[in-house]
Design a protein around this ligand. Structure first.
Ligand code: SF4
Ligand code: SF4
Length: 388
């Protein structure tokens, strides 16, 4: 296993972190197959993984509420006396916080679920701009100060899918942030906070953890023929998983890549790749860019996320509505994009809030008929009920 320093935390972390949101299950998402999941974690830790990432809602049957991932991780570490061998990263459900007391209520419940006295890395989960304003008004920074001084939490940070400007704004508002969990893979360099966010984290020495390195598995399953033909032109032959992971580990602004693994086979493969130094040549970097360009030709519309159409006077989040629709087409995974669409975009900012006023039309750099595209988005994703 190879290790990196996680920004200013000074922690030496395995460059592969064990994500526990996609553990094997029986019957339903809340019922973790503990035997298989234990074998996976055991193998990972024995082979050098020293960071386990979980969150309050992981492995629950609904998108909210208390999940079983933390419970399983706590039980596994206790039974195997491994608590001191690993770093636990978990997350406060920022969307569910309604009062100042809620912060501590969730933290205490999480410590109990994890059967530990302290959490190594505590992140505000999936911070959106409105949630950030809400928790700030509830004195979240005082709460984080208290967590650190009491020793219940060793390092604090946040996870987020926000754009780079907001990422920087939040980072600049609190000097004690030490870790940020952000989405990145070779298709997402300019999506959400992307490479500019990672560059900034490096600049201010905040540790970077990466989510969605394989785009929920879509970069490694059902590879389109057009994409495979490009991979075949590379100087060094790699599997799609090797391409995706080594792309990230060849970046000097990436500290730890979280992979939500589902089988022992995946753990073994990822550990093998994480233990191999593999320099990607300039030519192969160009191959990666060509693969990304090819995936983009499968998009549902030509939106480039330039932002000239924003803000919509009626509050429609045009960019992200069109983006999730594009991603669904590009990756052939409507369910994953629907999950993003319904969780990351507020009710009154989704495509069906468009009133067809056409005020955005003159601004579209790609000459898109935006209201017509939004109708397609709404028809495509349907209602939340259809997906969950
Ligand atoms: S047409 Fe729709 S998206 Fe465009 S400005 Fe009007 S309400 Fe907003
Ligand atoms: S102006 Fe057009 S291309 Fe640019 S973000 Fe808006 S819809 Fe997309």
């Amino acid at each position: 296993m190879l290790y990196n320093t996680l920004g200013k935390t000074g922690l030496e972390v395995s460059r592969l972190g064990f994500g526990t949101m996609r553990l094997p299950t029986v019957n339903s998402n809340s019922q973790i197959n503990e035997k298989e999941a234990s074998e996976m974690l055991k193998y990972g830790i024995e082979n050098g993984i020293n960071l386990i990432d979980t969150a309050y809602p992981y492995h629950n049957d609904t998108l909210e509420g208390s999940g079983n991932s933390e419970r399983f991780v706590g039980k596994f570490l206790k039974e195997n006396s491994l608590r001191d061998e690993v770093l636990i990263s978990t997350k406060s459900p920022s969307w569910a916080i309604e009062t100042k007391q809620d912060f501590n209520m969730y933290l205490d419940e999480q410590l109990e679920k994890l059967q530990t006295d302290y959490i190594d890395i505590y992140l505000l989960h999936s911070l959106t701009v409105p949630d950030w304003e809400k928790v700030k008004n509830l004195d979240v920074l005082d709460f984080l100060d208290d967590c650190l001084s009491s020793g219940k939490v060793k390092h604090v940070g946040f996870s987020s899918h926000i754009e780079v400007d907001y990422l920087i704004e939040i980072l600049d508002e609190y000097s004690k942030w030490e870790v940020v969990l952000t989405q990145m893979n070779y298709l997402d360099e300019y999506y959400q906070s992307g490479v500019m966010g990672l560059n900034y984290l490096k600049e201010v020495n905040v540790g970077s953890m990466i989510m969605e390195p394989l785009r929920g598995g879509r970069l490694v399953q059902n590879i389109p023929k057009e994409v495979q033909e490009i991979w075949d032109m590379a100087e060094t032959k790699r599997t799609p998983v090797e391409w995706a992971l080594q792309y990230l580990w060849n970046r000097d602004d990436v500290d730890c890549v979280l992979s939500g693994m589902t089988s022992l086979e995946q753990v073994k493969d990822n550990v093998r790749i994480a233990s191999t130094e593999d320099i990607i040549s300039d030519y192969d970097q160009e191959i990666i860019r060509e693969v990304a360009r090819t995936y983009r030709t499968f998009m549902g519309n030509r939106c480039t996320r330039c932002g000239y159409c924003m803000p919509c006077p009626h509050g429609v989040d045009i960019i992200n509505c069109l983006t999730e629709y594009n991603i669904a087409h590009m990756m052939g995974d409507p369910k994953a994009s629907a999950m993003q669409y319904f969780t990351l975009i507020d009710d009154d900012s989704r495509a069906d809030s468009c009133i067809d006023c056409k005020e955005c039309l003159p601004f579209c750099t790609q000459m898109l008929n935006i209201p017509e595209e939004l109708v397609k988005v709404h028809e495509y994703f349907g209602s939340e009920f259809d997906h969950f």
